[in-house]
Design a protein around this ligand. Structure first.
Ligand SMILES: Cc1cc2nc3c(=O)[nH]c(=O)nc-3n(C[C@H](O)[C@H](O)[C@H](O)COP(=O)(O)OP(=O)(O)OC[C@H]3O[C@@H](n4cnc5c(N)ncnc54)[C@H](O)[C@@H]3O)c2cc1C
Length: 466
């Protein structure tokens, strides 16, 4: 018998460790998930992500029952709970898929030590990305620091296809006790205000099919327009492993092959490139876990950021008086998701207009995003701050007004999320008001003058060179 420890791989299809456990034990697998003791405030998570976790676990439990098995849920320290389960079941081995982040890796070290003590075989598998985070290296065997050569090298390596062997699972031992499935109330959280899509493996597979049935072929042209539902919305599914990254890559290649024109082909090609950004940031975190504390580029360490005050609060609430910023922050609060283009605009605003430390924004995003992913979030924030691997140069400072004109020219996105501006002409949303008032009655005046703050940001960044 083998214990499969589910972590961020909450699916049955193409699950590397689970498939290996089934194969090696002839289906005698005990599927286990250990809930953490976390309740309430947490620096790296919040209600949206916990809600996806609850939904994904519920779907996993149903899927296991359909296969004649049962999810064993426990709560507490993962090492202590796994030790207890190994003793209760007498399992000969423990399989799991590896975590890319330092906390997960530290936990794995403790699990291995515990299993050694018990004399139980333990095996970690790579599963979180299509290619292992340490698989793509320069010719000199070094990790890449820049995306384009990483992407080229990534594409040259044939990513393994998904494992399509059917899973055969024997029933878990009847005497094993399991906790009831968690709900948000268990964490003292109220989900009522969040508009989240269905979560779990079947919903993720449906979302993927819907995307490849049309939007994937328009993705290159429309992905930057936040008012259009043009992206896949698969990020939370990937975060919890409700969807296999290998399957997604395979679907990209199939869509590229089936496209009817060069323009159509650009869609899945661009989409694949975004998936490779995800792989790139996982590789960065794998090789340089210190990015969670420090700037990737050492020259920017020790920057003199301003202290967060009322301006930070207005950024969080979406009341800065900059329509595109406020729309993004309110979309995040309402849905646990924000369009990628707008994530970049609000992140640059925090660092380059408010001169606040990117780590404040990084933590706020982790607390509010349903797809909060340590590697991509850190990568996105350090990209926007100009401090990361292959980041936007520090002197590239996006202007929120011109960004709105370019990517939301009719103001449709802004009007969807900022009801006070529904009757304001689009033109007024794309330029600072002349009067020092808000762009519409009842809407706050802009918190700051972008042109002036741009100069301040340049001076702040340049100070690190002197
Ligand atoms: C400041 C900032 C913070 C971010 N934080 C996160 C985060 O916590 N979690 C997260 O998954 N993504 C994050 N991103 C990346 C990106 O915004 C989201 O992946 C994307 O918006 C998710 O929507 P989607 O699934 O519809 O994306 P699609 O456009 O459909 O892309 C498909 C998939 O590719 C991956 N992807 C797309 N763009 C990126 C990117 N720039 N970097 C890494 N992977 C990418 C994601 O897994 C995404 O689901 C962040 C970006 C920025 C600028």
């Amino acid at each position: 018998m083998i214990l499969h420890w589910f972590r961020r791989d909450l699916r049955l299809h193409d699950n590397t460790a689970l498939a290996a456990a089934c194969h090696d034990s002839g289906g005698r697998v005990v599927p286990v998930f250990i809930l953490s003791h976390w309740r309430g405030q947490h620096r790296w998570t919040g209600p949206a992500r916990q809600s996806v976790l609850c939904g994904t676990l519920c779907a996993l439990s149903e899927a296991l029952e359909k296969c004649g098995s049962r999810l064993i849920l426990r709560r507490g320290d993962a090492v202590a709970e796994l030790e207890r389960l190994l003793t209760e079941t007498g399992a000969e081995a423990l399989y799991y898929n590896c975590s890319p982040d330092p906390a997960g890796r530290a936990l794995e070290t403790r699990v291995h030590a515990m299993a050694r003590k018990l004399g139980v075989r333990v095996q970690g598998f790579h599963d979180v990305t299509a290619l292992a985070p340490d698989a793509v290296l320069t010719q000199g065997g070094e990790p890449f620091r820049v995306f384009t050569p990483f992407s080229r090298a990534w594409l040259k390596k044939a990513a393994p296809g998904p494992d399509v062997r059917p899973l055969r699972l024997a029933p878990a031992p009847a005497k094993l006790q399991s906790l009831p499935l968690p709900t948000l109330a268990d964490w003292g959280l109220d989900p009522a205000h969040l508009l989240l899509p269905d979560s779990g493996e079947p919903a993720a597979l449906r979302r993927m099919d819907a995307f490849f049935s049309g939007p994937a072929f328009r993705y290159a042209a429309e992905r930057d327009l936040p008012a259009v539902h043009a992206t896949s919305r698969l990020s939370a599914d990937l975060r919890f492993g409700a969807l296999s990254p290998r399957l997604l890559v395979q679907r990209c290649h199939a869509a590229i092959a089936s496209a009817q024109s060069a323009a159509q082909r650009d869609g899945p090609r661009k989409f694949l490139s975004e998936l490779i950004w995800r792989e790139f940031y996982m590789a960065i975190l794998w090789h340089w876990p210190e990015v969670l504390e420090h700037e990737f580029q050492p020259r920017f360490r020790g920057m003199r950021w301003q202290q967060p005050g009322q301006a930070f609060q207005r950024w969080q609430e979406g009341t800065t008086g900059f329509p595109i910023i406020d729309a993004g922050m309110r979309q995040l609060a309402a849905t646990g998701w924000m369009h990628n283009r707008v994530r970049m605009i609000v992140a640059m605003f925090l660092t380059k207009d408010l001169h606040l430390d990117w780590r404040l924004g990084e933590a706020f995003f982790m607390q509010h995003l349903a797809d909060g992913e340590i590697a991509s979030n850190n990568g996105g924030w350090q990209w926007s701050a100009g401090t990361g691997a292959d980041a936007a140069p520090y002197f590239r400072i996006q202007n929120p007004w011109t960004q709105s004109a370019r990517f939301d020219p009719e103001g449709d996105y802004i009007k969807q999320w900022v009801p006070e501006l529904r009757n304001t002409p689009a033109r007024a949303l794309m330029q600072p008001p002349a009067s020092g008032k808000g762009v519409a009655p009842g809407y706050p005046a802009p918190l700051l003058d972008h042109a002036r703050e741009r100069e301040t940001a340049l001076a702040l960044y340049q100070r690190v060179f002197t």
